[in-house]
Design a binder for this molecule. Structure first.
Ligand code: NAD
Length: 454
């Protein structure tokens, strides 16, 4: 039996919408529709499929403000971030529209004939999205999956279905055929698990927590189902004493407090060289206190609320057991607000130092030399992202090669670009999204040998 869920605005605690949550039989109907649509979609000529994706991108673009406002209300994202996120969906669709006609196989020299390879679509792809970045993460799976000729069933996070549902409508408006891209809200144990267990779903593309990721991988193993996992992180922002300390400190708050720290790439461990520690912390304190934590619909807002009261409780539990160095500010009144919080860790044993908190909290630690910086950065099970601030480019590159993470930036904190690969080392995930090769993750490579012997 289907149920409904009331969606709450995290900055006002007021209801925004009521959404029907699918049950297993509804999920089966949606998957079967996707399976039925798959043969026709793969037969659409490459140029026409590219044209449809471009048109979808244009329709998303013309609804940027509407999508952004929806995300502000549903997820508490700042309006500036939410506009960027809707633009990111547009850009991903445009980028992969350009990939459809370039997704070519190879001709391989062999004896006795001609050998060619083809990239075939998988069929139905299930995309399971978390609540922290509902639009971008939807787009990262959707764009390359459709471009490679698959049909998509998307399950948005239970808490944040609104923009995904709207994207589903916009796809139809753009002329993407019925059944090619469907969005089905529901909970993980019901709809998400059905994507894992239904035999017609050939791949699950999952972004979320490590606990759910492990369950999904185990479930996929039963059918040797393809799976991509984008999981948690506890990334390091490494500041060397020769860096532009003022610039590194001015940018460090946004590397962890953006999206209220609910970011898998959050640089939630700040590693500062001991010789520059005091100077850096002085700059950093001013920068943290200047972060504008405001109503997310205010154009000046740089950080909004946490997603739920329970998330805030969980984040605060880490702070309660740690040594707070200083805090920024946050509004009072309704909403799941929390001030950006800076912790100092001397022992690196606190729970707050080694667990993913997923809130506006950073732990600062000292290191003495390059080798120690790399060793500290590599502590723990995660390896998703990170930054290195140094004016010595040789040093920056040595450290970049030494740190076991998938997406690093030097003298910058930007980790995600639609045109470069993204994904984790170690327990931060399996597989890569985005970048020039993303279609390979949504294709099977087929080899055909043609004899030329008489
Ligand atoms: P979550 O694991 O609770 O949920 C993610 C999605 O999976 C939701 O749609 C949920 O309904 C569904 N789900 C949950 N259990 C499931 C199950 N057993 N079977 C199938 N589906 C299931 O994660 P969340 O709290 O929504 O997101 C936060 C986590 O996501 C953090 O750990 C964060 O680091 C991670 N994340 C990773 C990336 C990345 O790219 N590596 C990006 C964003 C978020």
């Amino acid at each position: 039996m289907s149920s409904t869920l009331q969606i709450i605005n995290p900055s006002t605690e007021q209801p925004v919408a009521t959404v029907a949550m699918a049950d297993v039989s509804e999920t089966d109907r949606v998957i079967e529709r996707a399976a039925k649509a798959a043969p026709d979609w793969r037969r659409v000529s490459p140029a026409d499929r590219a044209r449809l994706l471009r048109r979808f991108a244009e329709v998303v673009d013309s609804h940027n403000e509407e999508l952004a406002r929806l995300e502000v209300a549903n997820a508490g994202h700042t309006i500036g971030n939410a506009r960027w996120e809707a633009n990111n969906v547009r850009d991903v669709l445009h980028y992969y529209a350009g990939a459809v006609e370039r997704h070519s196989g190879r001709q391989i020299p062999v004896a006795g004939g001609v050998d060619i390879t083809f990239y075939e679509p998988l069929g139905v792809v299930g995309i399971i999205v978390p609540w922290n970045f509902p639009m971008p993460i939807a787009g990262w799976g959707l764009g390359p999956a459709l471009a490679a000729g698959n049909t998509v069933v998307m399950k948005p996070a239970t808490l944040t279905p609104l923009t995904a549902l709207r994207l589903g409508e916009l796809a139809l408006e753009a002329g993407i055929p019925e059944g090619v891209f469907q969005v089905i809200p529901g909970d993980g144990a019901t709809v998400g698990q059905r994507l894992v267990t239904h035999e017609a779903v050939r791949k699950v593309c999952f972004t979320g927590s490590n606990a759910a990721g492990r369950t999904i991988m185990e479930g996929c193993a039963a059918q040797v189902k393809r799976v991509t996992l984008e999981l948690g992180g506890k990334s390091a922002n490494i500041i060397f004493d020769n860096a532009d300390l003022a610039k590194a400190a001015a940018s460090a708050p946004y590397a962890v407090f953006d999206n209220a720290g609910q970011d898998c790439c959050a640089r939630s461990r700040l590693l500062v060289q001991a010789s520059a520690y005091d100077q850096f912390m002085e700059y950093f304190e001013s920068a943290v206190k200047a972060v504008r934590v405001l109503d997310p619909s205010d154009e000046a807002s740089e950080m909004g609320p946490l997603i739920t009261a329970a998330q805030r409780e969980s984040v605060l539990s880490y702070v309660d057991e740690s040594q707070v160095a200083f805090r920024g500010s946050a509004p009072d009144g309704p909403g799941y607000w929390m001030a950006p919080t800076v912790l100092e860790s001397t022992s690196r044993t606190e729970r707050s130092y080694h667990e993913e908190i997923f809130g506006p909290v950073v732990s600062v630690v000292r290191f003495h030399d390059e080798a120690e910086a790399i060793a500290i950065a590599n502590e723990g099970p995660y390896g998703l992202s990170g930054s290195i601030w140094s004016r010595d480019i040789g040093q920056a590159l040595r450290v970049a090669r030494g740190v076991e993470t998938g997406a690093l930036s030097v003298n910058s904190n930007s980790s995600v670009r639609y045109n470069t690969p993204f994904g984790g080392f170690k327990q931060s995930g399996i597989g890569r999204e985005l970048g020039p090769d993303a279609l390979l993750g949504f294709s099977e490579e087929k080899n055909v040998f043609i004899s030329t012997e008489e």
